[in-house]
Each structure stands twice: as C-alpha cells, then as structure tokens.
Design a protein around this ligand. Structure first.
Ligand code: 13P
Ligand code: SF4
Length: 368
C-alpha cells in the first residue's frame, strides 16, 4: 500500500472511542502498553511534540539526536516514533530488519519535505549538470523524503540537520566546487553565509519553473538553494524582531535556522532545537528571551524555566500542524494496536531506496 492508499484506508482513521476517552483513561492505556511491552518498545519524541505525548517519550531530541538514537538502538522491536513522517522513515532506514517503526498518525508529514520530489530533483540534476558539469555535490536536509535521500546518497552527497549543516557544507566543499542544498533554502543560506560564502555566490533553484534564479555571472555560483521553506518558521519576521527590540530592549533573541536570512541576521543567536533548549537552560537567572521556533517547544521552555522571562518572537505563536497530529488519542490507539496485533501504521522504506539513502545518512553520522 502506498502512502496515499494507506491515508485513504479506513484503518488509518482513529476510532471514535479514542476521541471520547478521558485523558486519564488514555494515559492509563499508554502506561499499560509501556509496562506490558517493556524493553521491546521504544518511544522517541521530537522536541516539537505536545506535552501530553512527550511525557511518555523514552528519549527526546533534535533531528540529529533522534537519528543517532535510531542508529544505536538494536534492542527495541517496536519503535513508536512521535515526530513526523521523514523522521520515522529515517528511523526505519537506520534500524535493523527485526525492528519495526510506527507513526501514530500517518497524516503527520512535513510541508517542507513535500517541497522536493524525486522527479523534480532528477530534472534539476540533469539541467544543472548540463550547465555546470560534474562540479556539484547534493546535500539534503533530513527534512526530506527517503527517495530524495536515496538520490543524494547515490550521487555522492549526504544528509544534514540543523545542528551540523555548516560542518557538512565544509565537508561538501572538499568534495566538489558547488553544492546543491535542498529542500530548505533558508537553512542552506544561513549555514553557507556563516561559513563565509557571500550571498552573491548563492543561486536559487525553482523546482516548479525548473529554472535557476541568479543575477550575475553563473561561474561564481557556489551554492544552489532549492526554493523550499518551512511554513512555521517563515512566520517569524523582521517586523517581529523590531517590535521585540522596541518593547523589550534587554531581550535576547534566539531563532531556528529555518527562519529567513534577514531574521537570523538580526537575532542574537540561531541553532537547532537542542541548541535553543541548552542555551535557555544555561542562561542567567532573570534573563529575557524571545524565541523563534515552534509553539509547543516555546511553551515547554516557558514552563520549565520560571526563573527567566520567555516569550515567542511572534506573539501569535506558530504551531507545526503536522507535528500536532500526534496526540494522546493517536498514541494510545497505536500502542493498543501493537499490544493486540503487533502492528499499526508501520513505516517501511523500500529496500532499494533504503540502501541508497543510508549512504547519505551514514556520511552525515560519520561526521556528527
Ligand atoms: P531540529 O533538528 O532542530 O530539531 O529541527 C527539526 C525541524 O523539523 C525543525 O523544523
Ligand atoms: Fe516540517 Fe517546519 Fe514542521 Fe519542522 S516545523 S516538521 S520543517 S513543517
């Protein structure tokens, strides 16, 4: 069954009874499944997950940590991934054959990952190859489908995450003269700029129009940025930064590097979810922070750091709707089904794709 077929299947619609259950009953069911399955079950949770879910995670992390955890866990038979689809695919690729990965709600995708598909990438690669010859290495953000990772792996490239993008770019430039960075133009631009690549040496590839956007002599292009973005992080604007600076001059601004270049340039700091958490945790008592990242994480940081003044950089808070699809009812339903049948919303990457994608992931993990 492909993704579309499984989404249309009745089995992927949560039974009404889970919607009617009280929070206590749902939590009881999760606790029962965890006790019953013991070490056979492992629940990794991304930092953007809701508190009602994250309270049951066996480990939490940013994308890099979650990939590392998947690569090192050989014990759990059932991995119930509380995150989005590309993270569950990555876990399936990195775990052994006897381990099964499940996503509590198959609708938990990532709109950014959907902005690059294999046929678009094949066309781009062909056209860019005609223009630049064999001078380009592809790097893909882990926020991409397994098929994109496979293409990148087959073509000598690697995956990156928000916590190692700069290092991976450094490595990529030891391999080839130019980098094609996909699908997030902002992470690519921010990381390359930090590394010292001037903005006028970066072009943008438009996968809808199949064209390169660049003003100037094309032989000076060092980085080609796929025209993708995160719809959550695009909501943090220069206007938000200005308002915070005006209203709270003492406030530190920290953002995720999926924010636009102009926002990152005006912020005091930028980094992965893990970097944001660590920075706030170790910040001085009484310090003030405006955070530019997903709402669940900002809310958790506010609750966990009562000794600091923390606000969202955008007063309208930005949720990741797909991350939010994983909720307590879906987690309880998934675990109940695993206890009963040993399966529920399994994420299984095709073998050939997994064999190529792991090349890209391993090149990253070897340098992480
Ligand atoms: P991190 O790797 O920083 O956790 O980010 C993942 C993500 O999807 C951010 O939008
Ligand atoms: Fe994808 Fe953005 Fe959600 Fe991260 S926050 S999972 S990049 S849509």
């Amino acid at each position: 069954m492909n993704m579309l077929e499984s989404l249309q299947s009745k089995d992927t619609m949560i039974p009404e009874k889970y919607r009617q259950m009280s929070r206590e009953e749902l939590e009881e069911r999760v606790r029962f499944a965890k006790d019953h399955l013991g070490k056979r079950l492992f629940i990794p949770g991304h930092h953007y997950q809701k508190d009602e879910v994250i309270q049951f995670a066996d480990a939490t992390g940013d994308s890099l940590q979650l990939a590392q955890l998947s690569a090192s866990n050989r014990e759990a038979e059932y991995i119930v991934f509380c995150g989005v689809h590309f993270m569950a695919e990555t876990a399936d690729i990195l775990t052994s054959k006897h381990q099964k990965v499940f996503l509590p709600d198959l609708r938990a995708g990532c709109s950014m990952a959907d902005m690059a598909d294999s046929s678009q990438l094949e066309r781009a690669w062909q056209k860019l190859g005609e223009q630049f010859g064999n001078t380009i290495i592809p790097l893909t953000y882990v926020n991409s489908t397994a098929a994109i990772k496979a293409f990148v792996g087959k073509n000598g490239g690697a995956t990156v995450t928000s916590s190692n993008a700069e290092n991976m770019l450094k490595w990529a430039f030891t391999q080839k003269e130019r980098v094609l960075f996909l699908p997030d133009q902002h992470l690519g631009r921010n990381s390359a700029f930090h590394l010292g690549v001037p903005l006028d040496e970066m072009a943008v590839w438009d996968p809808i129009k199949d064209e390169l956007i660049f003003d100037g002599p094309t032989d000076q292009i060092k980085v080609i940025l796929w025209k993708g973005y995160c719809s959550v992080h695009e909501n943090f604007t220069v206007e938000n930064v200005k308002q915070v600076r005006e209203q709270y001059p003492e406030m530190n601004i920290i953002v995720h590097p999926e924010c636009r270049r102009e926002v990152v340039a005006l912020a005091d700091d930028a980094g992965s979810t893990r970097h944001i958490i660590e920075t706030i945790k170790h910040a001085k008592k009484g310090s003030s922070w405006a955070i530019g990242t997903e709402m669940n994480l900002v809310k958790r940081l506010i609750n966990e750091n009562p000794d600091k003044h923390i606000i969202s950089l955008n007063p309208h808070m930005c949720p990741c709707l797909t991350m939010n699809r994983i909720d307590l009812p879906h987690l309880a339903w998934c675990l109940d089904s695993i206890v009963e049948t040993g399966s529920h919303n399994e994420i299984k990457v095709e073998e050939q794709i997994a064999d190529d994608a792991i090349l890209a992931l391993n090149r990253m993990l070897a340098r992480a």
